[in-house]
Design a binder for this molecule. Structure first.
Ligand code: ZN
Length: 61
């Protein structure tokens, strides 16, 4: 049995798998590849993601 070091958890918004190249830090912000939700790592063991608080951010379109 081969264990790949893929670290992933599911997006709390759309349930899509969100994977990390390296172990994320507590409080690290990640983005869902599916719905682009901003996610915060709230736990590392097990890896838990929660929606990050909405921040007014202007992407300057
Ligand atoms: Zn999502």
């Amino acid at each position: 049995m081969t264990t790949t070091a893929t670290i992933s958890s599911n997006c709390p918004e759309c349930d899509a798998p969100v994977s990390f190249d390296r172990p994320p830090l507590n409080g690290q912000i990640a983005h869902c590849p599916d719905c682009s939700a901003e996610l915060e790592v709230t736990s590392r063991e097990p890896l838990t993601l929660e929606l990050a608080p909405e921040v007014e951010e202007d992407w300057g379109e």
